[in-house]
Design a protein around this ligand. Structure first.
Ligand code: SF4
Length: 287
């Protein structure tokens, strides 16, 4: 562009007219300049803009069907190909251990418990505490977990709490080792006598479950919160569950306070006595 033309353009006066032979030359130069200044557009934006309706675009001319482009084919994946594309859900044999334990006989179950490393308590125990009594017992007493003394001796309910339990049994004419079997929900001692965790209870539950299946007691006496809540699958407090007969897989369950709790809360011994009477009555009813 000449200097004069540029001045006229800046003043907003150009080009009002040009000679015919210069017109093509000017238009070519202008197109070139526009092309050089045009910023590159991302493809996606071009697509979006072309897909958007243009308000003042001329109405599309209807073409005969034979000339229309074929509509895009929408491929609906078959269930099989969808399954192949989706991440596979790994089906963990979560219950494989439980299923195996459910098939053990008494001796194999004892060996399973003795060797068990299913939860972290295996690292801190002195020994496992399987339970004590008659494997064909009619009354099954289920407590919480071994304490320090039980961990040392390998027997549940020993020490002061054990003595109290023995006295309670004597009061209803029963005795450990005769028609009674005594076990705990957990077979290993939680360090420092802390409460068992949900995971520990869950890992140990199949072992207790199998014990119950093999003993086939006529009645279960669940002693203390963890035993009660594990067997009855509830988080209700002991006080709310006492005084009635519950069921564990069609076996009557009577609940009461743990002897260790009763040693610290002497007034509740009267309630525990009523629970023992309910246990005795329920047992009698079972013939
Ligand atoms: S507490 Fe039960 S599950 Fe945990 S290691 Fe001992 S026996 Fe196994």
């Amino acid at each position: 562009m000449s200097r004069t033309a540029r001045v006229l353009e800046v003043l907003g006066l150009a080009p009002l007219w040009v000679r015919r032979e210069r017109l093509a030359e000017l238009q070519a130069a202008q197109l070139q300049a526009e092309a050089a200044n045009e910023p590159a557009q991302p493809e996606a934006r071009v697509e979006r803009e072309s897909a958007a309706p243009v308000a003042d675009a001329p109405a599309p001319v209807e073409r005969p069907a034979s000339q229309r482009p074929a509509p895009p084919t929408v491929v609906v994946p078959s269930p099989a190909s969808r399954a192949a594309q989706e991440p596979q859900q790994i089906v963990q044999p979560a219950d494989a251990r439980s299923a195996r334990i459910a098939g053990l006989d008494w001796d194999a179950l004892q060996a399973e418990v003795a060797e068990c490393t299913a939860c972290n308590l295996c690292h801190s125990r002195t020994q496992t505490v399987f339970g004590v009594g008659n494997p064909q017992a009619e009354i099954l007493i289920v407590g919480e977990a071994p304490g320090a003394e039980e961990d040392k001796r390998g027997e549940p309910f020993v020490g002061a709490a054990g003595k109290l339990l023995d006295n309670m049994l004597t009061a209803i004419s029963e005795k450990r080792g005769e028609r009674v079997f005594i076990a705990n929900v957990l077979k290993c001692r939680p360090p420092g006598n802390r409460n068992p965790t949900v995971e520990e209870v869950a890992k140990c539950a199949p072992l207790l479950q199998r014990q119950i299946e093999l003993i086939k007691p006529k009645v279960i006496f669940a002693s203390g919160r963890f035993a009660i809540q594990t067997l009855l699958e509830t988080d209700a407090p002991v006080g709310a569950l006492r005084g009635k007969v519950h069921q564990y897989k069609s076996i009557p369950v009577v609940v009461s306070y743990h002897p260790a709790y009763l040693l610290r809360n002497l007034p509740d011994k009267a309630k525990a006595w009523r629970d023992l009477l309910l246990l005795k009555a329920t047992f009698k009813q079972q013939g």
